[in-house]
Design a protein around this ligand. Structure first.
Ligand SMILES: [Zn+2]
Ligand SMILES: [Zn+2]
Length: 256
């Protein structure tokens, strides 16, 4: 073995141009194949599926999505003078906030990959819906889990404003996903999040601890790791949390 290693070391530089050596090096760093996006790139889906309210740019291995975070659908959290204002649902109340114009900028990788160490999602934006609205997890201020009081402030989009009038989705709603296989948006680690169903109309039975799995979706026909909206009737309130727990990949930045 030693005899074989020495010549290999001596040939180190020439290896850079040798196909055989390149291949073995590439193999050693090949990302987890379960995150493969096949022939469909994340960039192409992001560009095709986000609305014109979201400005998309790419640089190297990252994609940056910018939006003002305001919804393109009705909500009681708009001012009554706004054409998109509607009354709050019967039995629900409004929190003190309104829809505020933000300066969101989310950066995700063009090739999302599983993280070796999974990081918990935290309070604040964990992703961006296709219309530029922020996606939050199942926590409210003080890192407390959503309770019935907070849920009582949601509009029919499953959203409400937080401090700084940051309007955000916590749960499935009328304009993102309702018991379907809709693409909701992307989380900060670059993986897409879908509704409660897979594209074949069934509820996925093999979700991992992060609420996702690898499989074919409408947008990524050859398969990709993707999150699903929770299929649990949260606190028996009839709402379904979009995402809780840890990221599967490594989160990018989200500034505002
Ligand atoms: Zn909230
Ligand atoms: Zn799925």
């Amino acid at each position: 073995m030693i005899k074989l290693k020495l010549p290999a070391l001596a040939l180190g530089l020439s290896c850079l141009a040798a196909t055989a050596c390149d291949k073995s090096e590439a193999d050693s760093v090949t990302p987890d194949t379960t995150t493969s996006t096949g022939t469909t790139s994340v960039t192409s889906v992001v560009q095709a599926k986000y609305t014109s309210a979201v400005t998309i740019s790419t640089s190297g291995s990252s994609i940056t999505l910018k939006s003002n975070g305001t919804p393109d659908h009705p909500t009681p959290y708009y001012a009554t003078t706004n054409p998109l204002w509607e009354a709050q649902r019967t039995g629900y109340t409004l929190n003190p906030g309104t829809v505020g114009v933000q300066n969101y900028s989310m950066t995700i990788p063009t090739e999302p990959a599983a993280a070796a160490t999974k990081e918990a999602t935290a309070l604040g934006p964990i992703g961006m819906a296709l219309n530029g609205v922020a996606i939050y997890n199942d926590q409210e201020g003080g890192n407390k889990a959503l309770d019935t009081g907070v849920i009582g402030s949601f509009d029919r989009a499953g959203a409400h404003p937080g401090p700084g009038n940051t309007y955000h989705y916590h749960v499935a709603g009328d304009f993102t996903t309702k018991d379907d296989a809709n693409l909701v948006g992307f989380l900060r680690d670059g993986f897409p999040i879908y509704g409660r169903k897979d594209k074949d109309g069934t509820y996925p039975a093999n979700l991992d601890a992060y609420g996702g799995h690898t499989g074919s979706t409408t947008e990524f026909a050859s398969g990709i790791y993707h999150y699903h909206c929770s299929n649990v009737n949260y606190l028996s309130t009839g709402v379904y949390v979009l995402k809780s727990g840890s990221y599967y990949g490594t989160k990018g930045t989200f500034t505002f």
